[in-house]
Design a protein around this ligand. Sequence first.
Ligand code: NAI
Length: 351
Amino acid sequence: MQLAVFSAKPYDKKYLTSTRATELDNATNIEVVYHEFALSLETVPLAKGASAVCVFVNDDLGADVLKSLHASGVRAILLRCAGYNNVDLEAAQRLGLFVANVPSYSPEAVAEFAVAQIQTLNRNTHRAYNRVREGNFSLQGLLGRTLNGKTVGVIGTGRIGVAFSRIMNGFGCRLLAYDVFENDDFKKYGTYTDLDTLLSESDFVSLHCPLTEKTRYIINDETLSKMKNGAMLVNTSRGGLINTKSVIAALKRKHLGGLALDVYEGEGALFYNDHSGHIIDDDELMRLTTFHNVLVCGHQAFFTEEALREIAEGTIRNLSDFLHDRQCKNALVQDQAGSEVIRKASVPIRI
Ligand code: NAI
């Protein structure tokens, strides 16, 4: 069988190649084809010949792409990530496709990055770095706030939200959380409250819920106006949680005191590629980068050696479950029929 890996960077190849040898049944014959570009309606013909595709956060797995994949013989979609907002799961279910993600890979990696963004923006180390290199040792404009004793609001207390809360609790912060389900693990560090109370009392608000129809633009004109004056907002979750126009307006009227983003709603067209020689046609992103109190990173919170290893292992285990017809604990959609042919063809042959 052929596995087509889309949005494949050198580090993906490195970790998938080294994991494949150890994790996957040695008797399984798999040819892996790497494509550096993303999966989309334009690139979907390149999946021809593959029985499974492996994708990342900005690949398009809308209904039309899934239909084309299915028509060309693809039966399994392997996500190298936790979020699956880019997959039309209903369409996948209708087509009988197997879809699995890697729901938990080093949640600490993402949580630690959210803390790094807070500390960078709050203490202005990004600005100090540039100043010192030019011989400017002035502290003017670098004033921060001591985290100890501050109130931190966590929206979404799953694996990453709890890991983040544990770290912020260590800083001596008071933690408030809002979630549609309460998690006992969070209660060791703070208390649950309603969204309005969280927004009005928090000095720092960090987003850790998935992007769904309910959470899209959870940060908008109205919720921003409920935030404490001068509070800082951090988003390491998904760009669509924030209405970019609204945060720009809140920054301009100096109500929002700082914004740290690892994700951005228009990131699909830009992130993970070098556009330094191009004119970037995204006025909102460019406006954001002009604020001294905005920090934008290119969706790198997951990017640690440990997380890449766990992503590769989880992806290959999901593929192995699919090929061996085992119950897959990470299945978002379990395939119904049609994959039997692929399994029979692939299992008895050597790599
Ligand atoms: P999780 O599934 O363990 O936790 C998500 C939490 O959000 C759950 O407690 C859930 O009840 C809550 N939630 C769902 N709907 C909600 C709503 N309407 N309002 C409030 N809370 C709601 O997920 P995990 O592993 O903690 O990941 C969170 C998100 O982080 C992922 O969905 C993904 O989008 C993002 N992520 C970002 C990465 C990066 O590199 N920047 C890497 C990995 C994940």
